[in-house]
Design a protein around this ligand. Structure first.
Ligand SMILES: Nc1ncnc2c1ncn2[C@@H]1O[C@H](COP(=O)(O)OP(=O)(O)OP(=O)(O)O)[C@@H](O)[C@H]1O
Length: 261
């Protein structure tokens, strides 16, 4: 499968798979295409080549209504949790249940408290979102993501900006959720150390493709210089930090230079 925008291919010849109950990490430098891959998985962009299957169905072949139904079986946790600041914690988590199911308020009450319990915030149910800390808000967002008990959860940098304790807890929560709901999880992360503790499998993106895939142990023992540079967070090595120069940039640059004369 290949993914990209317009004529430009960002990732070529990809083959990424997430099975039920499996936690998979997507790592790679800035601009390596992690978000692009997530967009492909949610059907926001179509593959330039090959196919994307969700629960065995080719997303290019389904109607938009069917795609909508497939998406309902998917939970997405974005970096910015997009919570409602004027609602309390309970109502934020209850929101998808009220919008997308016919559950009674009694059932909703049980489900929401159960998920809040899973993230350690049962007793914070009554608090306004404006009264909780940033780390707590992230956990509320996680509770809301899992409240529909999705078959697949996509996490966009779930560890960014968390303190060390919340970080470890969030990692454990991602693992426990996958085990408990028997759902698949795909997470974009820059946190190698934390994610390697909980994931089953890792895909490393770079240079427009998958550079390496395997278990965390395979990665630790790899002698690929690109992999080792990334794992040791070394500033020098084959991983490029700089955005590649394109003809579009050169045109833009020449035009700006001309204007400044
Ligand atoms: N909507 C878009 N239209 C055109 N090009 C895009 C679009 N979104 C991203 N790109 C390009 O695709 C490439 C990969 O971007 P992507 O956001 O997938 O990387 P990433 O690995 O998620 O990066 P980061 O870790 O910095 O968030 C980049 O070169 C970017 O400029």
């Amino acid at each position: 499968m290949s993914l990209g925008y317009g004529e430009r291919t960002i990732l070529a010849d990809l083959n990424v798979r997430v099975r039920q109950g499996e936690v998979v990490a997507l790592i790679g430098g800035s601009g390596s295409g992690k978000t692009t891959l997530l967009r492909g998985a949610t059907g926001q962009i179509r593959p330039q080549k090959g196919k994307i299957s969700l629960y065995g169905q080719d997303v290019s072949l389904v109607t938009s209504q069917q795609l909508q139904q497939l998406r309902q079986r998917m939970g997405v946790l974005f970096q910015q949790g997009a919570l409602f600041t004027d609602l309390d914690v309970f109502d934020n988590v209850a929101f998808p249940l009220r919008e997308l199911t016919n559950n009674t308020e009694k059932v909703i009450f049980e489900k929401v408290l159960d998920k809040l319990d899973a993230v350690g915030l049962r007793s914070a149910a009554h608090l306004k979102l404006s009264e909780v800390s940033g780390g707590m808000a992230r956990r509320v967002a996680l509770a809301r993501t899992i409240v529909l008990e999705p078959d697949l959860i996509l996490y966009d940098e779930p560890f960014a900006g968390l303190d060390p304790i919340s970080l470890g807890m969030t990692a454990q929560l991602i693992r426990d959720t996958a085990n408990r709901l028997k759902c698949g999880a795909l997470l974009i992360t820059h946190d190698i150390e934390e994610s390697f503790k909980i994931v089953d499998y890792v895909y490393m993106l770079g240079q427009g493709k998958i550079i390496m895939e395997g278990t965390p142990n395979d990665f630790r023992h790899s002698d690929n210089p690109y992999v080792q540079q990334f794992l040791q967070a070394s500033p020098t090595g084959p991983v490029v930090f700089e955005y590649p120069e394109t003809s579009n940039f050169q045109q833009w640059y020449a035009k700006r230079k001309e204007q400044l004369k």
